[in-house]
Design a binder for this molecule. Structure first.
Ligand SMILES: Nc1ncnc2c1ncn2[C@@H]1O[C@H](COP(=O)(O)OP(=O)(O)OP(=O)(O)O)[C@@H](O)[C@H]1O
Length: 586
């Protein structure tokens, strides 16, 4: 399945837009109360600000021209109260919408993170971590900014504009029409340019993701960079990504700001039209000075929000581009669904492959026609040349991927019919590169272990003793309290493998897969591990992937995995023979 977020197919793109809209509506409906209150506040605010110019015009014509200063004071007082109320309503809407924006940020980040937890390994193979981080952190914040700062300004500007437009047309329709005529040009200009602006912003956000991916990759590989003195290589790659970001940011900035001067110019033209046409109307006795002052104010009230709208429209376009990137993650579904299957195929094996084929992508089949059986309580070894398909076979056993064709059975049932909890309880997998979390050895040993989730340090020490793991724990200076720092560089690779080993053994799985799990461990400790494995329950099935053949001496059966085919190798001597030839014997 295609999980590449930057190259979704047409159907996925269409679905993403639809899902995005649905999700946005769901979110908006959850915030209905706050949005309505904020809307009332903004309506009151805009209404009061719109009434101002009319009162000023009235005061000029009625009181100033007739020199009734008492009336001027009264109307001055009324205007002051109106502006104070407008300030309070402005504050209320800012506060309410700030909350809405933050809740949106919180909800979306959780939703994306939860989705990332659900998605299969293929998704992470096809996307760069840096780009995903940028979607979780930066794109969600762009939406927060839009909701907390821009949305109500957006609505407020529209209300003020419409109100000012109505006042302009109702006082004098000819003058009103003349004042509003430049706005038509603005509307056409905005509609024509919007798709281009959205594209420019989407490009810019993509390049931010690319930049973040570069940083992440070079930080992850900093040791290799220093060891090979390849700083120039990463510097060049970063510089290219940075340049791309710079270019797209300039492009987006230009697109985002193109409205401001055009709107400014048209607003000035409108003022000029009103002034000239208004003076003409006054000179022929069809208009009053007070109304001309009101008109100039309404012109400002109409064109200023319009200019603001230009900036807000940009913020809207950025938010939409961000929303698009976020919803592309949210729409994805794992292809590793649990299927309903009560049918038990008679199989005495714990794991059985029935004519299994597998490919990571459509381009190349990695495993072909695999038939094998792993029985309860036996030890199996998978050997073979590098890239032969051992890890891939093990990944199918633990359902990191599904077979492209054929079936993998666990306890005689399709492995796809087991829930993730059931499956991980039954199957333990010690990966080639164990991953540890920041915390203590205890945190890492108990990771994902529901049985011993809340045990105390003393209890855990006893459990470790009972599982014969105490000799391994002794390798760590402070036992289970030894600290593991971020990136787990504070301990050696062999020590990491020991922790992964203890983690897997304590889960007491029915099947334990060790993928090169002792490759970095000294011979004495390796013998210790081997004796621990021997003491595991007689029911436990072991699958050992190893390049060092001494680690598989005690295997009941050896399989030779090469060029995507799995063959029984017979004795250790036969296996050695096959390995030295590097291909299958037929
Ligand atoms: N995530 C992946 N995406 C695409 N191809 C992959 C992926 N992982 C492995 N492959 C390919 O699948 C083939 C088998 O790889 P696999 O890791 O199973 O081999 P292996 O026998 O375990 O090798 P090694 O002994 O080096 O661990 C290789 O050709 C490899 O390039």
């Amino acid at each position: 399945m295609n999980y590449n977020l930057n190259q979704l197919n047409e159907e996925q793109e269409k679905q993403s837009t639809y899902q995005a809209l649905k999700r946005l509506l769901k979110f908006i409906s959850a915030e209905r109360k706050n949005l309505i209150l904020a809307l009332i506040a903004i309506l009151v605010n805009s209404g009061l600000l719109l009434l101002g110019p009319l009162l000023v015009g009235h005061t000029i014509d009625t009181y100033i021209r007739t020199k009734q200063f008492h009336g001027v004071l009264v109307f001055g007082g009324i205007l002051l109260v109106m502006y104070l109320i407008a300030m309070v309503t402005g504050y209320i809407q800012t506060k309410l919408m700030g909350g809405v924006g933050q809740r949106m940020l919180y909800t979306l980040r959780n939703a994306i993170f939860n989705k990332l937890q659900e998605l299969p390994v293929s998704f992470f193979n096809q996307n760069k971590a840096g780009d995903l981080i940028s979607r979780v952190n930066s794109d969600t914040d762009k939406l927060n900014q839009f909701f907390s700062q821009s949305l109500m300004q957006f609505i407020g500007s529209i209300v003020t504009m419409i109100g000012a437009g109505i006042f302009l047309l109702s006082i004098n329709i000819e003058l009103g029409a003349a004042a509003l005529s430049p706005a038509i040009a603005i509307v056409i200009f905005t509609i024509a340019l919007s798709p281009w602006i959205k594209r420019k912003n989407a490009k810019n956000l993509k390049s931010v993701g690319g930049l973040s991916a570069e940083v992440q990759e070079s930080l992850n590989n900093f040791k290799v960079i220093i060891a090979f003195n390849r700083r120039d290589y990463f510097r060049k790659r970063f510089d290219e990504a940075n340049q791309e970001n710079y270019r797209t940011a300039i492009g987006a900035g230009l697109a985002n700001n193109i409205f401001v001067p055009v709107y400014g110019l048209l607003s000035s033209i409108a003022q000029l039209i009103v002034l000239l046409f208004g003076i003409h109307l006054i000179s022929i006795g069809q208009f009053s000075l007070g109304f001309l002052v009101s008109y100039l104010s309404y012109c400002t009230n109409f064109y200023n929000p319009l200019r603001q709208l230009a900036a807000l429209w940009t913020s809207f376009q950025v938010a939409m581009a961000s929303w698009d990137r976020i919803s592309k993650i949210l729409l994805l579904e794992t292809n590793l669904q649990v299927i309903k299957n009560d049918e038990t195929i008679t199989s005495d094996a714990l794991i059985e492959f029935k004519d299994v084929h597998f490919s990571y992508d459509d381009s190349k089949e990695i495993l072909h026609h695999i038939n094998l059986k792993f029985e309860k309580g036996k030890t199996y070894a998978l050997i073979g040349p590098t890239g032969g398909g051992k890890t891939t076979t093990a990944s199918l056993i633990s359902r990191l991927y599904d077979a492209t064709k054929g079936t993998v059975l666990l306890n005689g049932k399709d492995i796809r019919s087991f829930s993730a909890e059931e499956r991980t309880q039954k199957i333990g997998f010690i990966l080639q590169e164990p991953f540890l979390f920041t915390g203590t050895v205890k945190d890492n040993i108990l990771y994902g272990n529901s049985q011993y989730k809340d045990v105390s340090d003393d209890e855990l020490t006893k459990i470790i003793e009972q599982a014969n793991l105490n000799a391994l724990l002794a390798i760590f200076d402070e036992g289970i309290s030894t600290k593991i720092t971020s990136g787990s560089d504070s301990i050696s690779l062999g020590q990491k493998q020991l922790i992964a080993f203890m983690r897997a053994v304590l889960r007491n799985p029915e099947l334990l897969i060790l993928d090169e799990a002792t490759a970095n461990i000294d011979t004495i400790t390796e013998q210790l591990l081997s004796s621990i494995l021997n003491k595991l329950s007689k029911e436990t099935t072991l699958v050992i992937i190893a390049h060092r053949l001494n680690t598989i001496e005690n295997a009941d059966e050896i399989y030779f995995v090469n060029e995507g085919e799995v063959q029984q190798a017979g004795t250790l001597k036969d296996a050695l023979n096959m390995l030295s030839k590097g291909k299958r014997v037929s």
